[in-house]
Design a protein around this ligand. Structure first.
Ligand code: BG6
Length: 478
């Protein structure tokens, strides 16, 4: 369906950008911060590109004023960032660390000074290590209470200042990479434990949303979900079925529970037959149903193209974390689906499919299955950038990527999808978890290398100026 003319972006559309605590802050043990699972995990040899860590990251903890000033100059309307649980409650369930709260008080006030809407993520993957040691983190139901207590501290402190809250960031990613691939903490490969931890994370997510309602908070809350809509490789019925399977196991398993409080029946039956089903206790379903979000946070990077996978077929394959194109392996779930190469789509140097239309498809599917407004909480291109001698960075490839995705959003709006805003990933360059610092996403270049922090100087990329114009014209000039 093509429109002759497009609807304009809504007047109060949130043109934003995003980051996460571990990826930008640094100051790993300053002002009373406790250790998080990521502080520990990155020390395991071979887990991250060249052994990079977020110990210093891009030093946002000390340079937040400079970073916010850059946002203000650009005209940014919203900034999504995460709060580190281990700064607020260093051991996860004990004393509150006032110094940790002060950092976020200051950051939020600085944003509000320039009329930048803070979008606060409660959890972006960095559970306190003490809780991992004490009861295995997301594998114990105790985490539901501890996470809710932590969230409540933030809700009460920032109710007057924050209008948009994100509960869990990409539960599907931290659970699958953490418990299936051992590529994230807690470094496990065990399907049964994965589904058990996932169920508990669902309960924790619902519990904070329920508490949000009980407290009569004035803002809106929702999870950020990493959704890559599935295409079948071709019209072969078995490949179409594989695409259905991929949607069930990689999307509905999370979004159905967020919105309806119920497991998709196809997934549930499979889990039972394979002895992988989590324990459902009395009251679980009621709690899940009480956690309905106000919006679906959408983190969109790419689509997934799949084909049929035999019962003795491909399992989890290697991820490209080096930026050498073509080094990722096919991966899948035997009997259900496996990844396939989409012949119509270009890839990034990290083998991620570049597909702006996929964003429109994602928005359309969420809209028609869940009838919720969408807040795009992440979208961006990880690429190599070159800093020129005069301090410029000509990232026209990033501008093309973002422009095409913004067009797709406008098309989805014209189709009838309600969208609250768009946060690009990311504001400044930052640590890309397993891929080091060379995989850059920002509007603002940060001069550091994997193992050389240099001076961490900030430079505006060409995309910075492009987005400034987009914001100024409310998306009319792309
Ligand atoms: C999302 C995360 O999965 O994608 C971000 O929420 C992350 O934290 C981003 O950085 C890009 O992924 P990567 O692996 O390229 O850093």
């Amino acid at each position: 369906m093509f429109h002759k003319e497009h609807d304009a972006f809504p007047k109060d559309f949130l043109w934003g950008s995003a980051s996460a605590a571990y990826q930008v802050e640094g100051a790993m043990s300053e002002d009373g911060k406790g250790e998080s699972v990521w502080d520990r995990f990155v020390k395991i040899p071979g887990k991250t590109f060249k052994g990079t860590t977020g110990e210093v990251a891009v030093d946002h903890y000390h340079r937040y004023k400079e970073d916010v000033r850059l946002m203000a100059e650009q005209g940014l309307k919203a900034y999504r960032f995460s709060i580190a649980w281990s700064r607020i409650i260093p051991d996860g369930d004990g004393e509150v660390n006032e110094k940790g709260l002060e950092f976020y008080d200051n950051l939020i006030d600085e944003l509000l000074k320039y009329d930048i809407e803070p979008v606060v993520t409660l959890y972006h993957w960095d559970i306190p290590q003490a809780l991992q040691d004490k009861y295995q983190g997301w594998e114990s139901r105790q985490v539901i209470e501890d996470f809710t207590r932590y969230a409540e501290i933030l809700f009460k402190r920032y109710n007057d200042k924050v209008n948009y809250w994100v509960s869990l960031n990409e539960q599907n990613i931290f659970i699958m990479l953490g418990y299936r691939m051992a590529a994230h903490p807690p470094n496990v490969t065990d399907e049964k434990r994965m589904y058990a931890a996932n169920h508990i994370a669902h309960l924790a997510n619902a519990s904070v949303i329920k508490r949000f309602r009980e407290l009569g908070m004035k803002g809106k809350i929702g999870p950020s979900f990493a959704y890559g809509p599935t295409y079948a490789l071709d019209s072969h019925p078995l490949n179409q079925l594989a695409a259905e399977n991929n949607e069930e196991f990689n999307a509905h398993l999370w979004m159905d529970i967020y919105v309806r409080g119920e497991y998709p029946s196809v997934v549930w039956k499979y889990l039972e037959r394979h002895d992988l089903a989590p324990e459902i206790k009395p009251g679980d379903t009621e709690l899940l149903k009480a956690g309905k979000p106000d919006f679906m946070g959408l983190n969109y990077y790419q689509t997934a193209t799949v084909e049929a996978n035999p019962l003795d077929g491909v399992g989890a394959g290697k991820i490209n974390t080096t930026g050498k194109k073509g080094t990722s392996e096919a991966s899948g779930l035997p009997g259900l689906y496996k990844s396939a190469k989409n012949p119509f789509i270009e890839k990034t140097d990290w083998d991620w499919d570049i597909d702006p239309t996929g964003l429109r498809v994602a928005m359309r599917r969420i809209n028609s299955r869940y009838q919720l407004p969408i807040l795009i909480t992440e979208n961006g291109l990880g690429a190599y950038d070159d800093l020129e001698e005069d301090g410029s960075i000509h990232d026209d490839y990033r501008i093309d990527f973002l422009r095409n995705h913004v067009k797709a959003i406008q098309e989805a709006i014209t189709d009838g999808v309600e969208v609250l805003g768009y946060c690009t990933w990311s504001y400044t360059d930052l640590l890309s978890w397993m891929n080091g610092y060379q995989k850059r996403y920002g509007f603002v270049y940060v001069d550091r290398e994997e193992l050389d922090e240099k001076e961490l100087k900030r430079y505006k990329k060409d995309s910075y100026f492009w987005y400034k114009k987009v914001i100024e014209t409310n998306g009319q000039e792309l």
